[in-house]
Design a protein around this ligand. Structure first.
Ligand SMILES: Cc1ncc(COP(=O)(O)O)c(C=O)c1O
Length: 391
């Protein structure tokens, strides 16, 4: 028998997906009224909007003046692969993985690029690798925030300032929610669809002066498709980093990114965006502390994400069940909440351990998470009652 009755309060916005993520508070299609639609992205108006997107990104994230910022095709994946295909192979490479997307970059390095000198390091879900084992005199590819496991790098302390290799960092679910130490990062990538609640399909590629030096001095042995090419005649194509995109962007998506960046600036920039994500995580931390049947996949707080928050059911009755049964239980909880319209898209990622993943990035309101928590207890109780009935 279920014991908990349906809570009265519902989240005003039930969108807790880990990407595309909730739009900023107050967003409506009217925010896009000023989009340069039906105009060339090379016209003055289009170019100035693209340049503005780069400038605002630099301002909010605190990207150093001598780092290039480009808008590139194919979302975060496009930006990461563009960097890997253009930069790797000049020296040995270490690729680090602590969840599914990092594992994808391992596949790229080992099976697709077939790098001659490559080492791979992986950690189970909920952990990150031992960074003291990594050699930063080699190139290092890693994900700052593991979206499917809810872990993050604690900081950049393990990365030496005087490293010989390049650090290539997939920061798509970290940018705008966590500090990114640019002096320790040579390539930083992200997509608009994550913490700022923008649209997918466009990637951001940030390059340090050392990454540019590599681009201008090293030519990979494999062919590069046009959408990966950042140099011409051995020189960086500077236009890419001023808004002259390689191919045609969506000016509707650009307008939407400009809108959310303007919102970010209005509320107080990076500090305010980080504070919102931290406050959101705190709502879930308080709930987990008060309930012994649920826990974080990332047990160590210093590596626990404040964006993609991954939860598992720790109830011994459940833990004793088969993996399939645990998956079915977790899916049951997520689909009950979806059916009630109180939480959309919070099932764990398909390759991750059974559980829930609740996005806590800056566009999510803490009040919505507060409203969701009693529903979580309700859905868990419902599923437990179902389980008891079936036994
Ligand atoms: C860590 C990480 N890397 C890469 C991706 C792929 O991003 P996109 O679909 O924007 O290319 C995602 C998407 O969720 C991600 O979380």
């Amino acid at each position: 028998m279920a014991n908990i009755s349906e809570p009265d309060l519902r989240p005003a916005n039930p969108r807790f997906s880990s990407g595309p993520c909730a739009k900023r508070p107050g967003w409506s299609l009217e925010a896009l009224n000023d989009a340069a639609l039906g105009r060339s992205h090379r016209a003055k108006v289009g170019k100035s909007k693209l340049a503005q997107a780069i400038d605002d990104t630099r301002e909010i994230l605190g990207v150093p003046a001598d780092y290039r910022i480009g808008i590139v095709p194919a979302s975060d994946t496009g930006a990461v692969e563009m960097a890997m295909w253009s930069l790797l192979g000049a020296r040995g490479t270490d690729v680090l993985a602590w969840e599914s997307f990092g594992a994808g970059w391992v596949t790229d390095a080992v099976k697709q690029l077939q790098l001659k000198d490559v080492r791979t390091f992986d950690a189970p879900y909920g952990e990150i690798v031992d960074l003291t084992q990594v050699d930063f005199d080699r190139d290092v590819v890693f994900t700052w925030n593991g979206t499917t496991s809810g872990v993050k790098m604690p900081n950049g302390d393990a990365i030496p300032a005087n490293r010989q290799g390049l650090t290539i960092c997939d920061a798509t679910s970290a940018a705008f929610a966590q500090d990114l130490p640019f002096d320790k990062l040579d390539v930083v990538t992200f997509s608009w669809q994550k913490v700022m609640g923008g649209e997918a399909a466009h990637g951001m590629l940030i390059l340090s002066p050392r990454a540019v030096e590599r681009l201008e001095s090293y030519k990979p042995s494999w062919p590069l498709p046009k959408i990966f090419r950042m140099t011409k005649g051995g020189k960086l194509i500077e236009g890419i980093f001023k808004g002259e995109t390689i191919n045609t962007p969506s000016m509707l998506c650009v307008e939407d990114y400009l809108d959310t960046l303007a919102w970010g600036k209005t509320i107080g920039g990076l500090e305010a965006l980080k504070a919102r994500a931290n406050a959101n995580l705190k709502v879930i931390e308080d709930f987990v502390a008060a309930n012994d049947w649920i826990g974080f996949l990332a047990k160590r707080p210093e590596i626990r994400s404040n964006t993609s928050v991954c939860l598992t059911f720790t109830d011994p009755d459940l833990v004793a069940q088969s993996e399939d049964a645990q998956n079915a239980f977790a899916k049951g909880v997520a689909s009950l909440l979806e059916k009630e319209g109180v939480a959309l898209d919070i099932g764990a990622y398909r390759d991750a351990p059974a559980g829930l993943r609740i996005w806590c990035g800056a566009t999510v309101e803490a009040s919505d998470l507060e409203a969701l928590m009693p529903w979580l207890a309700w859905a868990y109780d419902q599923q437990k009652a179902e389980m008891a009935k079936a036994a």
